[in-house]
Design a protein around this ligand. Structure first.
Ligand code: UD1
Length: 344
């Protein structure tokens, strides 16, 4: 395959930055990033350069601004797009639904219109296991029906998938893959990139590492009376580099015309259900730190247990999950230490 140019939206973000590193490691790709640093830092680009020794072209634009977005397509010949840029806080989406509908939907409408205008045929879309809501049967596979979404965030992912599917029906030369991530955690093994949440995070792993380093006084385990093996919720944590490599495989698959259908969805999870207390125990083991935590009340909206059947992505794209929970916790901790030492 001749060298291809990939536009990564949200390329300075958590999963975007890790994916750029994997794209650059595969010497077939030139990468362009579009990010407005709403929830990320331009420093991510310098860090990517340190890891890969390669500089990438970048645009600081809001994807809801169609004119600004158009410039990227007009100035570059793009072969494929990986679309990460979106708001992603479930709780915030319940408080500010229009903010989520506007940003996550308008940016995707603009992206697809510009793909149509500039004849770009390949898109990989960030979806989420939240499209499944409260599941009845575990593990969850791609045939699990989608119920009414539990949050505006989850609904924007359901709508995004439907938009892609409808667009693919109308444009038979256009190809799209939606990847439904379970719980992305951890950081690059170099510890030079990771999640840079603005303000206090809501997600478990940055809260564990932030508590252990002394940013927060204590972690609260949100519910200890669930009907699970130790009373705490079960999730499918997946290392961010494993998510990143799946994007490279998905893009290769489309660019090499291996896809039989022009729209498809894949779960991306490790397949292992891990409880909150098991995640904490893994963290304590790999970091050698005792975590200060207490058991508190349940969080409204939390599902009891969810984990993935990822056989479709394994069998079709040849993807393999390389990192276990210990590796996720170890790299998350190394990143926390690195960013604290460097004032990130
Ligand atoms: C949710 C979304 C997921 C989305 C992610 C991004 C659903 C079903 N899932 O994941 O799609 O990608 O947010 O933000 O909507 N916990 C504690 N203490 C804390 C924080 C969390 O015990 O202080 C527990 C939670 O109860 C949960 C687990 O840790 O059991 C993971 O929580 P979190 O990291 O917030 O992710 P999800 O809510 O699973």
């Amino acid at each position: 395959m001749a060298k291809q140019t990939v536009l990564v939206t949200g390329g300075a973000g958590y999963i975007g930055s890790h994916t750029i590193v994997e794209l650059l490691a595969n010497n077939n790709y030139d990468v362009i990033s579009a990010d407005c640093f709403f929830n990320s830092s331009p420093k991510a680009y310098t860090q990517i350069e340190q890891i890969t020794g390669k500089k990438i072209k970048s645009y600081n634009i809001d994807l809801c601004d169609e004119k600004a977005f158009d410039k990227i397509f007009a100035e570059n010949k793009i072969d494929g797009v990986i679309h990460f840029a979106a708001f992603k806080a479930v709780g915030e989406s319940v408080e500010h639904p229009l903010k989520y509908y506007h940003n996550n939907i308008a940016s995707l409408v603009n992206l697809l219109s510009l793909c149509e205008k500039h004849k770009v045929q390949n898109v990989i879309f960030s979806s989420s296991c939240s499209v499944y809501g409260n599941v009845q049967k575990l593990p969850v596979d791609e045939n699990t029906p989608m119920p009414k979404a539990e949050s505006p965030y989850a609904y924007t992912k359901q709508i995004g998938e439907s938009m892609l599917e409808d667009f693919c029906k109308q444009h038979t030369t256009f190809n799209a893959i939606a990847l439904r991530y379970f719980n992305p955690v951890g950081s690059h093994i170099s510890a030079k990139i990771g999640e840079w949440p603005l303000g206090k995070p809501n997600n478990l792993v940055p809260l564990i590492t932030g508590t252990a380093i002394g940013k927060y006084p204590q972690l609260t385990v949100l519910g200890g009376d669930y009907p699970t093996r130790d009373g705490t919720c079960i999730r499918d944590y997946i290392h961010v580099t494993d998510i990143a490599t799946a994007h490279v495989l998905a893009l290769n698959y489309l660019l090499e015309h291996k896809n039989k259908s022009n729209y498809d969805v894949y779960n991306l999870g490790s397949g292992n259900g891990v409880s909150v207390l098991e995640a904490i125990a893994a963290f304590e083991k790999v970091s050698g730190k005792k975590l200060n935590y207490k058991i508190g009340d349940r969080r409204p909206g939390d599902v009891i247990a969810v984990y993935s059947d990822s056989s479709k992505v394994q069998n079709t794209l040849g993807w393999k999950c390389e990192h276990d929970i210990d590796s996720m916790m170890k790299t998350a901790w190394e990143w926390e230490v690195y960013r604290t030492q460097n004032n990130f």
